[in-house]
Write a protein that binds this ligand. Structure first.
Ligand SMILES: [Zn+2]
Length: 311
């Protein structure tokens, strides 16, 4: 069908999906002059047909900054916790005395950053907003519990796992921390998915990202490890060290998976940035006159009622 040359020329900036060459001015039926990729292929890949239906982000800069703080703070916090565990195993490694303060700052910054997801745009269901606030409260409590473990129970140069001391109180705090971490992730999940759905690729499943689910699974592994560690001395009081060590390894694997998951989340957030900072690219953004879908009641090219927006 010949659409009477109606809006078949790209009037907006559109970078070739393969080589980033700006295709502005070319026909949608043409090919990229640099790499011969059909313009239509780029359109199919980068244009979001539902761009106009998505709610605009109220404060894009603030939301983007909050998301970046949220994910980067979480990655930094988990790295610091790993630093403590590494310091426990390696004598020469001594984190500076202010490291717990840095950990606390990272966790609080991350929690506050997460608040940017409570209501990033209009139309967020109330239940999701409350859930996101619940995530914030769980996160702040988690920061407090972590502080208790790192500063008051372990102390500087503490060796809770390898030192062989009594750990029953620490264990309770540790389980509380794991549960709070799970609540933090569960609470933020619905609204994060709402934001993720702004990305056409994520929404349509062309790019499968189940990062938060993977993080929840890793928290589950940590929790099982914690539980077994707590149960072993009760079940086998005569020689608990070996099974306890195995359970500790399970917790360690869970923690490693958690760290990997959080890095994956940071990558997800990085991917989301373009659709947070500016509205997703719609067809009307690159073609000044939108083409009517075929089969509608009027396909006449005469567009008397159409506002002329040529500048
Ligand atoms: Zn190209």
């Amino acid at each position: 069908m010949e659409a009477a040359a109606l809006g078949t020329e790209l009037t907006g900036d559109l970078c070739c999906a393969r080589c980033r060459y700006n295709l502005r001015g070319l026909s949608v039926r043409g090919v990229c002059p640099e790499c011969a990729t059909p313009v239509a292929a780029t359109l199919l890949r980068v244009i979001d047909p539902q761009a106009a239906e998505l709610q605009p982000i109220a404060k894009p800069g603030l939301t983007a900054t909050g998301l970046a703080l949220w994910s980067a703070g979480a990655v930094a916090a988990v790295l610091i916790v790993w630093l403590f565990r590494a310091a426990e195993a390696l004598d020469w490694l001594q984190p500076p005395l202010w490291t717990p303060w840095l950990l606390l700052a990272c966790m609080l910054a991350s929690a506050i950053g997460g608040l940017s997801m409570v209501r990033p745009h209009a139309g967020i269901p109330r239940a999701r907003q409350i859930s996101a606030i619940g995530s914030f409260l769980a996160y702040v409590t988690l920061a407090w519990v972590t502080w208790q473990i790192v500063v008051n129970l372990d102390g500087p140069r503490g060796r809770p796992y390898l030192g062989g001391g009594d750990w029953s109180v620490r264990w309770i705090y540790k389980v509380a921390a794991t549960l709070l971490l799970g609540m933090t992730v569960l609470g933020i999940q619905p609204v994060f998915r709402t934001l993720q759905s702004r990305s056409y690729l994520l929404r349509t499943g062309k790019l499968e990202r189940q990062t938060l689910r993977a993080i929840l699974a890793s928290i589950g592994v940590i929790l099982v490890g914690d539980m077994v560690q707590g149960a072993v001395p009760l079940i086998q009081p005569s020689f608990p060290e070996l099974p306890r060590l195995a359970a500790m390894c399970l917790t360690g694997v869970g923690s490693l998976l958690l760290a990997i998951g959080l890095v994956g989340l940071a990558i997800d957030v990085r991917r989301l940035m373009p659709v947070i900072l500016s509205a997703p690219l719609g067809l009307t953004d690159v073609l000044s006159t939108p083409r009517q879908p075929t089969g509608t009641e009027s396909t006449r090219p005469g567009m008397t009622g159409m506002p002329e927006t040529l500048s």
